[in-house]
Design a protein around this ligand. Structure first.
Ligand SMILES: Cc1cc2nc3c(=O)[nH]c(=O)nc-3n(C[C@H](O)[C@H](O)[C@H](O)COP(=O)(O)OP(=O)(O)OC[C@H]3O[C@@H](n4cnc5c(N)ncnc54)[C@H](O)[C@@H]3O)c2cc1C
Length: 404
């Protein structure tokens, strides 16, 4: 019976921490687990993933699962496109149905200025080979028949939208579990309930990782803690220009399928999709104050419902089922901070704000390459920490944030 139970487990139960590992990954979210998964391709298997709670307990298990690549900068668009392409093959690669639905993504434009910005984004996207175009109200209505597109009393009339057909939604918990299973099968140890409390440095390197279960030596250390990334980087003496905020989301009770596309409005500060369970999933912008307290607010619920009802008045009598909050690590240019730092063997995946889940596979792949080769892969070079000292920002302001 015990054998049967063991066979059914998706990953091995926690063992004792060893005294040393080639690679220590801090954070058992989508980025840490994806990195462990892709380290297998380089034959690196002496890996520990240290997670202070349970895997997926951070933003990986709280996000609204929007995947897309229609970013504003060529660097961003190229990077996220590589990730969406990896997601397209991930169910097969991990032998796990991740329920990836490429249902399409609409970013609504409510002003002449927004139309101009969307047209510009579509051009940048197409130059990178990304399917993205500006469409008018008639086509929007065809894609989302249940949405109120032509409303003469609208506070924010819909003038057009940036339409991105490959965008869509996926099951976040499935992504987390499947990556964890693969990492475990490759030999990586997943240590849940293991909190990193400090990092010891010697000779310009991180030599030891102190946890609440003992101290371990590490060849290379990766900080994949998203909302908590500054706290871990501070332990290594690396300053990150990041502030941590909460982002909230909520779902209604389930309905029959009504909405087959993701709808986002930056101006209305709202985005909506319908999950595979039928719930209307609604989110907004980050809260402006910094905090590590993951508690929702009534203001969020009032605002998100008001804006959602402008688009979907038929939800007027829908009941909210649940709401939640998660942490977001925001960088000044709304782009990530990825790869090497001034501490030789200490690498980061941070600055993910509200948009990092879509990047998990490409983060894992490129960080694994960095660990294996010691070189920063070309795709993530624009996102190096030095850019803030060299005035080379990659501004995704307005294309990230509420657009997810
Ligand atoms: C409400 C919400 C909606 C979002 N919607 C989207 C979306 O639609 N699309 C999108 O692409 N992105 C979205 N995001 C952002 C996305 O979820 C994150 O950017 C991404 O998940 C971050 O990477 P991660 O999964 O590795 O982080 P996390 O899952 O947060 O992993 C970090 C882990 O580190 C652990 N940790 C922290 N400190 C320590 C320590 N001292 N020791 C050990 N472990 C530690 C934490 O417990 C946590 O599990 C959303 C986020 C939120 C909150």
């Amino acid at each position: 019976m015990l054998d049967l139970f063991r066979k059914r487990r998706m990953w091995r139960p926690a063992s004792k921490l060893k005294g040393a590992y080639d690679v220590v990954i801090i954070g058992g979210g989508s980025h840490g687990l994806a990195t462990a998964h892709y380290l297998r391709e380089h034959g690196i298997t002496d890996v520990a993933i240290l997670e202070k709670r349970y895997i997926g307990s951070g933003a990986a298990g709280r996000n609204t699962t929007i995947l897309r690549s229609n970013y504003k900068t060529p660097e961003g668009a190229r990077f996220y496109d590589a990730s969406v392409k990896l997601y397209e093959g991930l169910s097969q690669e991990l032998n796990f149905n991740l329920l990836f639905s490429q249902c399409g993504h609409l970013t609504l434009a409510h002003s002449d200025r927004a139309m101009f910005v969307m047209a510009n984004r579509a051009e940048v996207n197409r130059l990178s080979g990304i399917d993205s175009r500006l469409i008018g109200p008639d086509e929007i209505q065809q894609l989302a028949p249940a949405m109120q597109v032509d409303n003469p009393n609208a506070t924010f009339p819909i003038m057009g939208a940036l339409y991105h057909p490959p965008g869509g939604i996926i099951r976040h918990d499935a992504v987390v579990w499947a990556l964890a299973r693969s990492a475990d099968q490759g030999g990586a140890e997943i240590h849940q309930d293991t909190e990193v409390l400090g990092l010891e440095r010697s000779g310009g390197r991180v030599s030891k990782v102190k946890t609440d279960r003992g101290t371990i030596a590490a060849g290379q250390v990766l900080n994949c803690t998203a909302g908590w990334s500054t706290l871990i980087s501070d332990m290594a003496g690396v300053k990150l220009p990041i502030t941590t905020h909460i982002l909230q989301a909520c779902v209604t009770e389930p309905f029959k399928p009504l909405l087959h596309v993701v709808v986002v409005s930056s101006q209305m500060h709202v985005y909506i999709s319908q999950t595979d369970r039928g719930e209307f999933l609604m989110g907004a912008e980050i809260e402006p104050w910094t905090t590590y307290r993951m508690q929702g607010t009534l203001n969020f619920l009032q605002d998100v419902c008001r804006h959602s009802l402008e688009l979907f008045p038929q939800l007027e009598r829908a009941r909210l089922l649940r709401s939640w909050a998660g942490l977001c690590d925001l960088s000044p240019d709304y782009s990530p901070i990825l790869g090497q730092t001034e501490v030789e063997n200490f690498h980061v995946s941070a600055g993910w704000g509200t948009y990092g889940f879509k990047a998990a596979p490409i983060v894992g792949k490129t960080l694994a390459e960095l660990v294996a080769t010691g070189r920063q892969p070309e795709l993530i070079a624009p996102f190096a920490l030095e850019r803030f000292y060299e005035d080379r920002l990659v501004s995704e302001l307005a294309a990230a944030a509420v657009s997810h």
